[in-house]
Design a protein around this ligand. Structure first.
Ligand SMILES: [Zn+2]
Length: 186
């Protein structure tokens, strides 16, 4: 039973039960038909076969719905890790901040870098990142474009705008991270 589509999964379940019952009836009709013999037998056997076909098609449509459920489930699983990573701090504020960043130009007026590394970054963040995460001097830049004060003595620092953790952003959204990701994939 799919919790998000209760009606559809119940229908799928019933289709399969009805389908198998129809197949069972069809087989019985075929057996009885041949058992009686004579001209009548062929008529009954023919109807029985039609029952069987009809039943099998009903079962198949029930299973087709289950296949759609499985595909839908897989799609959500595939998006899970990234969504989780972004949700580890404050999901809605990350999404809002990043969405605004993509529509509006970067506050510093920088245009996004183009190339395989940046494409990989965009892919990894489902198009949310506007720049690589980096640490330069006493400043660390978040993938959302926000420049934050970098204090190596602070073990935990979060982005002022989207609340993403500094070490997480550097580990997963830096140029080096994308480079090693591309290296492992090729
Ligand atoms: Zn940020």
């Amino acid at each position: 039973m799919n919790k998000r589509f209760p009606v559809l999964s119940t229908v799928a379940y019933m289709l399969r039960i009805v389908g198998w019952l129809t197949v069972a009836c069809g087989i019985i009709v075929v057996i009885i038909g041949f058992g009686r013999g004579g001209d009548y037998a062929w008529l009954m056997a023919g109807s029985g076969l039609i029952f069987n076909l009809w039943g099998l098609m009903t079962i198949a449509s029930g299973e087709a719905i289950d296949v759609l459920f499985a595909i839908e489930e897989n799609t959500r699983v595939a998006c899970g890790p990234v969504a989780q990573a972004f949700g580890s701090t404050n999901k809605s504020s990350v999404q809002t901040a990043v969405a605004q960043e993509i529509i509006a130009p970067n506050a510093a007026g920088e245009s996004p870098v183009n190339g395989p590394l940046f494409n990989m970054l965009r892919k990894q963040t489902h198009g949310k990142a506007v720049t690589f995460a980096s640490i330069i001097g006493n400043q660390w830049t978040c993938f959302c474009g926000q420049k934050n004060t970098y204090d190596p003595n602070e073990r935990i620092q979060n982005c002022e705008r989207c609340q993403t953790n500094r070490d997480y952003a550097i580990k997963h959204c830096s140029v080096e991270a994308m480079q090693s990701l591309i290296n492992t994939q090729s």
